[in-house]
Write a new protein. Structure first.
Length: 93
């Protein structure tokens, strides 16, 4: 909520320095009935079609990984230049 009301937030993508992408895999899996194996396709679709301002391999995107795993095994093919915020220093593979 803090980011939604922060003075550093802009609604104009041209003014943005970064794009914050908080994806909570457990919520997606519960809400959409996905299994852990489905999440790779979910994230691949998200970064290839669902993020309209995704460019330069996502170097201006900040991804929040809120669990002990990165539920996106192919992340290195799509978002290797992005910034990661993670609850674990070494995610479980």
């Amino acid at each position: 909520r803090w980011l939604m009301h922060s003075e550093c937030r802009t609604e104009d993508p041209a003014e943005a320095d970064f794009f914050f992408v908080p994806v909570y895999a457990a919520c997606v899996m519960t809400k959409e009935g996905k299994l852990a194996g489905d999440m790779d396709a979910f994230y691949t679709n998200l970064v290839t079609e669902g993020l309209p301002h995704f460019r330069d391999r996502g170097q201006d995107h900040v991804f929040l990984w809120s669990s002990e795993t990165y539920d996106f095994p192919a992340w290195h093919k799509h978002i290797h230049s992005s910034i990661f915020l993670s609850v674990e220093a070494q995610p479980i593979e």
